[in-house]
Design a protein around this ligand. Structure first.
Ligand code: SF4
Length: 78
């Protein structure tokens, strides 16, 4: 699993950090301070919950299954 964050679109409401403070650090001005990370197996549920908490939907969670990426969050509209 990989988490990718469109940092430039962050509005600094800290919802991600409220859910998963260890995974979503904020800078001194309250904006997200990482553009992504690869959570360990134990962190994955937490990482996904943090992504879901972002009302801007700028935190993307993808899974890599046998070389093919699948987006877990946000949901892809058909
Ligand atoms: S929840 Fe989204 S908009 Fe809010 S601080 Fe986190 S990344 Fe930025």
């Amino acid at each position: 699993m990989k988490v990718r964050i469109q940092k430039a679109q962050c509005v600094g409401n800290a919802r991600c950090q409220a859910v998963a403070p260890d995974l979503y650090p904020l800078d001194d001005e309250g904006y997200i301070d990482t553009d992504g990370f690869a959570p360990s197996a134990a962190q994955q549920k937490h990482a996904l919950n943090g992504a879901k908490a972002c009302p801007e939907r700028i935190i993307f969670v993808v899974e890599n299954e046998s070389g093919e990426e699948r987006q877990l969050w946000p949901p892809i509209r058909a």
